[in-house]
Design a protein around this ligand. Structure first.
Ligand code: WT7
Length: 656
């Protein structure tokens, strides 16, 4: 089990102060310094952010108000004009960083490429001009469905350059999931590749785009731009589909960055919630640029000598904020890797660390648990001495995995930053600052300066130290999501109405439970809603249920997360069948495949249990809590008195 328990937290009293040589050279090198900055920011958040916006970013025109807060809507740097692609590229070209590596890319088949800031700028400008040529205008939304290749980052920056918000759709999503996202955003252009390499196979991305667009099912899409990657044969529809290399050849490298309003939409990113329909999280330009810039700078303690590697995919927020925008805005060197460990080369990540002398390595607890399984002989056979800082994100990290990471990968000399945040928050909320914060294995420690977090009850009252409650943010911050695309009402309901504090207060709550220990450290306990965390990927139980019930054999489906040693959780589905169908292994496989088709391989149920009935309350609500216990093989805990038919439980336990 990966989720921490209250017992394990109360017993966890190991404390790791920042190594003294790290602290000496760090931007923020002591707890006193952190507290000083934190207190200053708390006393005057607007002044704090304004000072940083002034010193850290380039603006075409200065804002006239720092914050306009009409709960739950915030506007930051009102009427300021800025372009994040300019801040990530152009401003570095007038410094020595012009010829510094911006992106180092290592491809799965072993090919590689390095783009300096000047080269990246050139390609971004060319792609931006190609977008314009294809009719994309400021405000038009561009879908990006790509493998982990430099062109994914280039496409994002090209969108930002001309003010066309992007909607990146993870390359592991199915054609059906791609279609619903393209339709919801009314995307005009899709940028994709012929395919991507995944382990020993290729993923047919272009074919998935064809399927998504077939029979005019995503009518807003006018053009498809295709990057050649795998060289596999694809259908190119005349007039609609274009090869990137064909158009790049004729494209000018001159494309000035469009001055954008601070509050112009930068991107939409879909994420799972408690209902079947994924929501489009909207982020805007100025505040997001500032927040990802400052958090990257201080939390990774970025230096010009660093080779920084975040192993996430650009299809998730981690890739947006901490592969592309945050590091590049700082002029850092960001490494992108297309591969994943596979039987032919289980130590490939450590080869990459050694090959490029990676200094900062940022990954997920599920990956660390997989490394532990693969064996410590793999990292031990490589030279990892270049590493100076390690990070984790995506789910609570179990202290054993933390200790292994510290010892085997970090050689006991690298601080570990456990960063808690979400698609919605845009950037780190709780995190150690590596030269300042003493760490405790399993705790995301303390809030970033300018962030005010608390653990509260449903009335918004703080709970006692070491008791569980809801993790909330009490003051707006620059990179907070602005709304749910096309559904502002859902934005209010989802994030701002669960907790009802007294008076005129408004607390942001996005679904995590937490505790604060007697030192004030935060321990995130995981989701308290119907959202699963499978290998660090966020999946709604209802989303998988709707996929299952769209199969003709399924009458009813209830999905829960089941604890898994490596993945954190896996998907466990209870199914009742329509009368004319019988349970069989073939049907089970068919249903799993159906979920892969509807959502993607990340949602594939690990197990399906057929049953005649599901446990429900008298009012007809499925009692998922009981199903979670059953799936985990635990005794059914808590109150079962609201159960309508108690015999259902016995049947389920006996597997019927
Ligand atoms: C959910 C957000 C933020 C990028 C990756 C996932 C969980 C994330 C931690 C952490 C405990 C964490 C939370 C959160 N989570 N980081 N360090 N400790 N839990 O982004 O898909 O928006 O998921 O991931 O449950 O709500 P996401």
């Amino acid at each position: 089990m990966s989720q921490p328990t209250i017992e394990s937290i109360l017993q966890e009293n190991r404390l790791f102060p920042p190594p003294s040589d790290f602290a000496e050279n760090a931007m923020i090198g002591s707890m006193e310094k952190y507290k000083e900055i934190y207190d200053k920011a708390k006393a005057d958040p607007e002044g704090f952010w304004a000072e940083l916006a002034e010193s850290e970013l380039d603006w075409f025109e200065k804002w006239d108000r720092v914050l306009d807060w009409q709960p739950p809507h915030a506007k930051w740097f009102v009427n300021g004009k800025i372009n994040i692609s300019y801040n990530c590229l152009d401003r570095h070209l007038t410094t020595w960083r012009k010829n510094k590596a911006a992106l180092i890319w290592e491809g799965e088949p072993g090919d590689s490429r390095t783009l300096t800031y000047a080269q990246l700028h050139r390609e971004v400008c060319q792609m931006a001009n190609v977008f314009k040529q294809l009719g994309v205008k400021k405000g038009d939304i561009v879908g990006i469905y790509m493998p982990m290749i430099p062109e994914a980052a280039i496409a994002m920056l090209a969108c930002a350059r001309i003010g066309a918000p992007h909607s990146v759709i993870f390359g592991g999503f199915s054609a059906e999931a791609l279609r619903t996202r393209l339709v919801d955003a009314e995307a005009k252009l899709v940028v994709t590749a012929d395919g991507g390499f995944r382990k020993d196979k290729t993923i047919p991305l272009k074919a998935a785009v064809d399927e998504a667009l077939q029979d005019n099912h995503a009518p807003s899409v006018e053009n498809v731009l295709v990057v050649q990657r795998t060289q596999e044969k694809v259908q190119m529809e005349p007039g609609r589909d274009h090869w990137w290399h064909d158009l790049q050849a004729g494209a000018s490298a001159d494309c000035p960055a469009e001055p954008m309003d601070s509050e112009d939409m930068l991107f939409i990113l879909y994420t799972s919630g408690t209902t079947g329909k994924p929501k489009g999280v909207v982020h805007t330009t100025g505040g997001y640029n500032l927040y990802t810039h400052v958090t990257s700078k201080w939390t990774f303690d970025l230096k010009d000598t660093d080779v920084y590697w975040c192993t996430a995919d650009v299809g998730w927020i981690t890739g947006h904020s901490y592969i592309v925008y945050g590091p590049l805005s700082n002029g850092a060197t960001s490494l992108m890797y297309e591969g994943v460990p596979r039987p032919a080369n289980p130590g490939c990540l450590w080869d990459v660390v050694e090959k490029y002398g990676v200094t900062i390595f940022y990954t997920a607890p599920t990956a660390i648990r997989a490394f532990i399984k693969l064996g410590e002989h793999l990292p031990k056979a490589r030279d990892l001495s270049s590493l100076r800082l390690l990070g984790t994100v995506g789910e609570p990290i179990n202290p054993e995995a933390w200790m292994w990471y510290h010892k085997v990968i970090g050689g006991e000399r690298c601080p570990i930053i456990d960063t808690w945040w979400q698609t919605e928050t845009g950037g780190f909320m709780l995190t150690p600052l590596p030269g300042a914060t003493p760490t405790k294995p399993g705790s995301a420690t303390l809030p970033f300066p300018g962030i005010i977090t608390e653990v509260v009850d449903l009335e918004g009252k703080p709970v006692k130290a070491n008791s569980g409650g809801y993790l909330v943010v009490k003051h707006p911050w620059p990179s907070m999501m602005r709304t749910v695309y096309g559904d502002d009402d859902r934005f209010r309901r989802t994030y701002w109405e669960h907790i009802s504090p007294q008076g005129d207060q408004h607390f942001y709550f996005a679904g995590d439970g937490a505790r604060q220990d007697s030192d004030g450290y935060f321990w995130v306990m995981g989701r308290v809603d119907d959202v699963m965390n499978v290998s660090g990927h966020r999946l709604g139980t209802m989303e998988v249920e709707s996929a299952l019930v769209s199969h003709p054999a399924v009458a009813e489906a209830a999905v829960v997360g089941r604890p898994d040693e490596v993945k954190g959780e896996d998907v466990y589905a209870f199914i009742t069948l329509e009368g004319e169908y019988d349970a069989s292994e073939a049907l089970e496989n068919d249903l799993k495949q159906h979920v892969v088709k509807e959502i993607g391989a990340i949602a594939r149920p690990a197990a399906i249990q057929f049953t005649d009935s599901l446990p429900k309350t008298r009012s007809g609500k499925i009692m998922r809590r009981l199903l979670r216990n059953l799936a985990a093989g635990q005794e059914v805990a808590g109150d079962t008195s609201t159960l309508e038919d108690r015999s259902v439980l016995d049947k389920l336990r006996s597997g019927a």
